[in-house]
Design a protein. Structure first.
Length: 302
């Protein structure tokens, strides 16, 4: 007999941040707990579009961004959308970057750089791709965790991990991405930090400027903060769903004629105030009093 697939409440956490901000380390920590489904940024797909060195689109983009930036970002959208469509298998799905950061950080940087690495027409095409993709349910994000790390710290980490494609990344590039992430994720109005692009998506900002010695304890604390925020948001969602359900039931009941309602629904539709109010006369089914049964008097007497 086939087993029924386990149902999970759909909840997606996006971990966003600059290049070298510590996203992979945080995801590894969350993965060790066993309750999170980790969806990594599809860097391997960018490095191996086809076999051989000629298939490394990421390397081409860094070597000659004016030629390859548009092509690279188009492919990023495709592969990030594939990541969004990953079927949920655990309680919480955690994604390393999303189509959101591709749009609000990397697209913007290509266009705003001096000189621009993509022209106005390319920028408009990328935006239209994004606008179409973001309408899909799979791209919905419930919480953004912004690992905010200074560009200088990111540069030091890039040098240590020595990824060949990133060898020529200039400091100005990391500075620009830091500003764009801040603009996107920390400049929302009001008391509740949320993504400027999506005010309904809350943002949890974590300080990624930590040393390697402090990393184990700090990332353990990060995990607790994320878990607490997820629990809070799930509780809010449950309360909102119950409220919506009750409102829908009330609306449906009020739309039905009284004769269509069950006895319990009829009784429930009478307010305590209406039940306690005096009646103008005998109600249907009430037992008449003696005075009400008295014979009528005839004018003129006997």
């Amino acid at each position: 007999m086939a087993q029924t697939a386990t149902k999970f409440p759909k909840f997606t956490v996006a971990v966003e941040g600059n290049i070298g901000s510590g996203k992979s380390t945080l995801l590894q920590r969350l993965n060790d707990g066993g309750e999170h489904q980790i969806v990594e940024e599809p860097v391997g797909k960018w490095q191996h579009v086809t076999s051989g060195e000629d298939g490394n689109l990421m390397a081409r983009m860094y070597e000659n961004p004016d030629r390859w930036a548009y092509m690279f970002q188009s492919y990023v959208l495709l592969t990030m959308m594939e990541a969004h469509e990953t079927e949920q298998t655990k309680r919480i799905k955690v994604m390393e970057r999303t189509v959101l950061s591709a749009r609000y950080c990397f697209f913007e940087n290509l266009r705003r750089s001096d000189p621009p690495m993509i022209d106005g027409l390319e920028y408009e095409c990328l935006k239209r791709w994004f606008d179409w993709l973001i309408q899909r349910e799979e791209t919905k994000v419930d919480l953004i965790v912004y690992l905010r790390t200074d560009a200088e710290v990111c540069m030091e980490r890039l040098k240590k991990r020595a990824r060949s494609e990133e060898a020529g990344v200039p400091m100005s590039y990391l500075d620009a991405l830091e500003k764009l992430h801040d603009e996107w994720l920390t400049s929302s109005p009001g008391d509740r930090i949320a993504a400027r692009s999506h005010p309904d998506v809350p943002v949890l900002v974590l300080d990624g400027n930590i040393s390697s010695d402090d990393a184990p304890s700090v990332y353990a604390e990060f995990e607790l903060q994320i878990e607490a925020k997820v629990a809070e948001l799930l509780k809010e969602r449950e309360a909102a769903e119950e409220e919506a359900k009750a409102a829908a039931q009330e609306t449906a009941a009020s739309a039905l004629p009284l004769g269509k309602l069950s006895l319990a629904e009829r009784v429930g539709s009478v307010t305590p105030e209406a039940a306690a109010a005096p009646t103008a006369g005998l109600s249907l089914g009430a037992v008449p009093t003696r005075s009400a049964m008295r014979q009528p008097e005839f004018a003129g007497g006997s």
